[in-house]
Design a protein around this ligand. Structure first.
Ligand code: KG4
Ligand code: ZN
Length: 325
């Protein structure tokens, strides 16, 4: 069963062919990010215009890389929401038209849940990045950490995701991007902070955000704390951007790790799935791996290329949603 996935929820235009819900035959992702960087954030109008221009070529390329023709596609899966409305419209309209013309079923997929599905994908080309452990066991707790969302789910199966908690203000990735802007590290800032924090030293400097009960998160306080710290100290010769990055990242990672482990404990679950752009963060991967080992929890992160937005996760989850109907 070959599923063609289409993803256009933010600045990326992506198309992928996934076989039987797991084997990634192709995954083409192009991004208009460079055009947005000068503005310090994604400009929806630019994103949707670029998507309109290239969607057809991206889908074609995904078929060619999979060595397939349109007639070999069994179903089409597309990101329905959440995302930028103009961008979503490009992908959904294209997918609906294709489904109608080919007389192939269309499956509408939730972008946030699909981020967790990235943990179940594998590349069948051994030369490419591949997962060590394919097929995490369900039920699981899922932590989605992206530029737009930070949510904890309980996953009974691929159709039943129960929201346990989410951010009440900024998403984790959004906080990384805003702090990077405060520290003049460019946009998007997650990777820049991740890299710089490696050269930062643990010091007395620490930033704490609001501690919320239950499984909700808050990251806007820690972001503001960084802003005030910079304003008060940037002229001080000891002010060090790497140390500030380190302390900020520790605070975000600490909150994500604690809540994820607490959710696993409360729900008596031994599998933790992580997904979304911030799942690429090296410190989050390190601390969560150590802590899960200590608590005998199997933790899964997608390969780096599948942490960020991609259509393979849409095609993969789409396969299961169609099967569970
Ligand atoms: O999942 P994604 O591609 O887009 C959304 O669905 O929102 O995530 C993008 C986010 C950005 O905020 C970016 O700064 C962050 O992921 N990000 C990182 C890292 N790489 C990307 N954050 C922290 N550390 C990283 N290494
Ligand atoms: Zn995303």
């Amino acid at each position: 069963m070959n599923i063609l996935g289409i993803e256009t929820s933010c600045d990326e235009t992506s198309a992928s062919v996934v076989k039987n819900g797991h084997d990634v035959l192709s995954n083409v992702v192009i991004s208009s990010l460079k055009e947005h960087a000068v503005y310090g954030g994604v400009i929806p109008e630019i994103a949707s215009r670029r998507q309109l221009e290239c969607i057809s070529a991206v889908v074609q390329e995904s078929l060619e890389r999979a060595h397939l023709k349109l007639k070999d596609i069994d179903k089409i899966a597309v990101t329905l929401n959440p995302g930028l409305i103009g961008s979503l419209l490009v992908g959904v309209s294209f997918a609906r038209a294709l489904s109608y013309a080919l007389k192939k079923p269309l499956i509408e997929v939730d972008h946030i849940k699909a981020h967790l599905y990235a943990n179940f994908l594998k590349f069948n080309d051994a030369k490419k990045e591949s997962l060590k452990n394919v097929g995490p066991k369900l039920p699981a707790v899922g932590l989605v950490v992206s530029g737009g969302h930070t949510s904890l789910f309980y996953l009974k199966d691929f159709k039943h995701f129960r929201l346990l908690g989410e951010t009440r203000d900024d998403a984790a990735g959004e906080a990384f991007d805003k702090v990077a802007k405060i520290l003049n590290l460019g946009y998007p800032g997650g990777l820049a902070i991740d890299r710089l924090a490696k050269t930062g030293k643990p010091s007395r400097l620490s930033f704490s955000g609001a501690t919320l009960p239950g499984f909700d998160f808050s990251f806007s306080g820690v972001k503001t704390a960084v802003l005030y710290h910079k304003r008060a100290n940037e002229k001080d010769p000891d002010f060090n951007v790497a140390n500030v990055s380190f302390a900020f990242q520790e605070s975000v990672v600490d909150s994500l790790v604690k809540k994820s482990l607490a959710a696993c404990e409360k729900l008596k679950v031994k599998t933790l799935l992580v997904g979304g752009g911030v799942a690429a963060n090296s410190r989050l991967r390190e601390v969560l791996s150590q802590e899960c080992l200590r608590h005998k929890i199997d933790v899964f992160f997608p390969p780096l290329s599948l942490c960020l937005d991609n259509a393979a996760m849409i095609a993969g989850l789409g396969y299961h949603l169609a099967a569970l109907k």
